[in-house]
Design a protein. Structure first.
Length: 351
């Protein structure tokens, strides 16, 4: 039995060749797409920072003694120089009285000797000796007065007091914490920015800050200080902004997000945010050319409400898909979505 090889015999199951009435491949996918726009935008960077009081100090005792009087309430606003706590200083007060009397006696003896030296009734050496005695008595009195002043604890600046750490009659020693004092009328907000944007940062730049503890509230301030060094590990620069806090809503230590304008981009390439497709840590768009979608990797820069800046990957004269991104594949055929019926919302499609 023999076989004859023929390469033009029909094959069962083989699809018919494409014809004019049956085009090859799946039909075009209906999508919406929009043109890439060029516009001027304000370049903004975002960072996180920690709020700090304009001035902050821990009030501690400078001398050993019993707490005799407490002249403040927790959370009270106080003026600079206000007496906060008085320690028992009866012994020091008595010493001051004795030393003052000794100083006055030494001064009287010295003054008499100065009068007698003109009549040669007293030697110059005796006058010098009395002068030194008077100076020594004066020094001892000042030392005891300084010790007495340490028993009166005052506010070094105006601000708000924290929690009280001592009670009446308690024995305190040098270094023991009495309370805290913060000036929060102005808040220092410290944050770090990458060195790559340092050229756009200057003293006086406006900043806006928000905190999760203050939902819906935006605070404004200005850059006051830029650190003189770049951190060699993080390649970042520390910046300090000053934010007015008249309502005392910002507390020291609060975590805040900050945004700062660092200049303008006059001809930025912008696409709708819904045109972006994130995959594996990268961003893509589908560019529409000649009825086909081309998957294109892009670099995203500044984001605005509903828009995203593209810094690399587009030229600015393309159209990008804004719907059906999950169904699109590179090279897929597309067509504009069917126009909406009367009364339905308008689409973004462009032909």
């Amino acid at each position: 039995m023999g076989f004859i090889y023929r390469d033009n015999l029909p094959f069962i199951g083989k699809p018919d060749a494409p014809t004019a009435s049956r085009p090859a491949g799946p039909p075009p996918l209906p999508i919406d797409y929009a043109p890439v726009k060029r516009q001027e935008i304000t370049r903004t960077i975002e960072a996180v920072g920690t709020a700090q009081a304009n001035e902050a100090v821990t009030i501690t005792a400078k001398a050993t003694g019993l707490v005799e009087r407490i002249n403040f309430q927790e959370g009270q606003q106080v003026k600079s120089g206000s007496i906060l706590v008085e320690l028992d200083a009866a012994e020091s007060s008595a010493n001051i009285s004795a030393l003052r009397a000794a100083r006055d006696g030494a001064k009287l003896a010295y003054d008499r000797a100065k009068q007698l030296i003109e009549t040669k009734a007293v030697a110059q050496a005796r006058v010098d000796e009395l002068s030194k005695a008077y100076e020594g008595a004066e020094a001892r009195l000042r030392a005891e007065q300084a010790k007495f002043s340490d028993s009166v604890i005052r506010a070094p600046f105006s601000g708000k007091l924290g929690l009280r750490k001592v009670s009446l009659g308690a024995l305190v020693r040098p270094g023991d914490v009495i309370t805290t004092l913060d000036d929060t009328t102005v808040i220092k907000l410290e944050f770090e920015i990458p060195e790559t944007v340092l050229s756009g940062v200057a003293i006086g730049n406006r900043v806006t800050a928000m905190a999760s503890a203050l939902p819906g509230k935006t605070l404004e301030g200005t850059v006051a200080t830029i650190d003189s060094r770049v951190d060699p590990t993080t390649r970042a620069v520390r910046v300090r902004a000053m934010i007015a806090n008249p309502e005392d809503v910002i507390k020291p230590g609060m975590f805040m997000t900050v945004a700062m304008s660092i200049g303008k981009v006059p001809d930025a390439i912008m696409v709708p945010e819904e045109a972006l497709l994130a995959q594996g840590g990268e961003q893509f768009v589908f560019v529409i050319r000649d009825g086909r979608a081309t998957r294109t990797r892009v670099t995203v820069g500044q984001r605005l409400p509903g828009l995203a800046q593209i810094t690399n990957g587009l030229h600015g004269d393309e159209q990008v898909a804004v719907t059906g991104l999950q169904q699109l594949r590179d090279g897929a055929r597309v067509r504009p979505s069917t126009p909406p019926v009367s009364g339905s919302p308008a689409t973004k499609s462009a032909s």
